[in-house]
Design a protein around this ligand. Structure first.
Ligand SMILES: C=CC1=C(C)c2cc3[nH]c(cc4nc(cc5[nH]c(cc1n2)c(C)c5CCC(=O)O)C(CCC(=O)O)=C4C)c(C)c3C=C
Ligand SMILES: [Fe+2]
Ligand SMILES: [Fe+2]
Length: 340
């Protein structure tokens, strides 16, 4: 029997500082996220970051937390429930970090008689710190705990027509009547991650990422963000000069991919952008990084820089048109089980 596992990043189990610390410890000690050798990673994460960040992050989580828990998990559960209504195989969720874990999700499917799983990492663009770590973790769990189970992974869908149409329509509906620019703010990654995962060693992180084709693009997160943006802009018929791409959520002292969202928000009002619409297409569900970092902090940065109107466009969340896309992508992979 077949089943579907939707995998998202995960959140702390509560906004208590200790729970946030435990979550950040698991997340940041993942060598696909902070890719230093164990000793240096432990020194940075456990010796420095975990001394101060959990308190600050817990405060931020408190501002977005709902009665039912973290927005990211609540929304992923809503996607699961809606998808379950339109497909005829069991659907479960698993988080890369904290609970409900990937292992718990697979166990629930196995308990329902599933032996062939379509696993959907809920990230449109490929990154070592998202897609790759999910696949690695799921394979580790499968080999250790469920050796008889087969898993088929859904690939990044950043340029798929069905996804682009869905994202463009969702943005179109929510765009305010008057805006000077539409900003696409993607989660950032350290530059080093892109060089590391580029098997062709051809990406220079400059104009290369915006070229139409280059062998490095399959694993270039920066290119995939540009591509999603360009395809959406085309669908929306927007002039390119009216759009901005930037990368948010930097952590630590390394160089991250540019341009940075916070700096952009502070400077664009001086260049004439007073009315801004902003969307975050690296996230399929709203979460701390969109609801707090962009909607609250980002808005302050923009207004502080001289901006007048800041309009945040929510993620796809559990919109029906997005559930249709999830269904189609899952069904494609479910069918592949019949072909092998
Ligand atoms: C959308 C894709 C994501 C990428 C790429 C990504 C890379 C990445 N993130 C960190 C550090 C942190 N990220 C945090 C939160 C967070 N990150 C993503 C997604 C991506 N991260 C999401 C969906 C969330 C929100 C989780 C939630 O519960 O709502 C955090 C925790 C919050 C905080 O303290 O600010 C950290 C830390 C790194 C280092 C990284 C790439 C190397
Ligand atoms: Fe992150
Ligand atoms: Fe690139």
């Amino acid at each position: 029997m077949k089943g579907i596992l939707l995998v998202n990043l995960g959140s702390p189990k509560s906004t208590a500082v200790n729970d946030v610390r435990e979550y950040l410890d698991e997340f940041l000690m993942d060598e696909k996220v902070i890719d230093y050798r164990w000793f240096f990673r432990a020194l940075l994460v456990q010796g420095i970051i975990l001394n101060t960040r959990p308190k600050k992050s817990a405060e931020a989580y408190k501002t977005v937390w709902t009665d039912k828990g973290s927005p990211l998990i609540v929304i992923t559960e809503k996607i699961q429930k809606k998808l379950q209504k339109v497909v005829d195989v069991p659907v479960e969720i698993g988080m890369r970090y904290a609970q409900p874990s990937i292992e718990a999700g697979i166990q629930k499917l196995v308990d329902q008689g599933v032996s062939e799983i379509v696993l959907f990492p809920l990230y449109p663009q490929y990154a070592m710190s998202t897609t790759e770590t999910v696949v690695e973790k799921a394979e580790e769990v499968r080999k250790q705990k469920f050796p008889k189970v087969k898993i088929n992974y859904i690939q990044p869908f950043y340029d798929r027509d069905i996804y682009i149409n869905c994202l463009a329509e969702s943005i179109r509906e929510k765009l305010p009547e008057n805006f000077d620019a539409l900003q696409f703010s993607y989660h950032g990654v350290p530059e080093r991650h892109i060089y590391k995962t580029d098997p062709t060693k051809t990406c220079n992180l400059n104009d290369c990422c915006s070229r139409e084709s280059n062998p490095s693009h399959t694993f270039c997160y920066r290119h995939q963000c540009f591509k999603t943006t360009n395809l959406v802009i085309e669908k929306l018929n927007l002039p390119k000069e009216k759009t901005i791409v930037s990368f948010q959520s930097r952590l630590g002292k390394d160089k991250w991919i540019e341009p940075y969202t916070d700096e952009t928000l502070e400077t664009i009002p001086k260049k004439g952008v007073k009315n801004l619409a902003i969307v975050c297409p690296a996230f399929v569900s709203d979460c701390l990084e969109t609801l707090e970092e962009i909607s609250v902090e980002g808005k302050e940065q923009f207004l502080h820089g001289g901006g007048e109107n800041f309009h945040y466009i929510p993620c796809l969340n559990d919109e029906d048109r997005w559930i249709e896309v999830v269904k189609t992508l899952c069904e494609e992979k479910l069918h592949e089980f019949y072909l092998v």
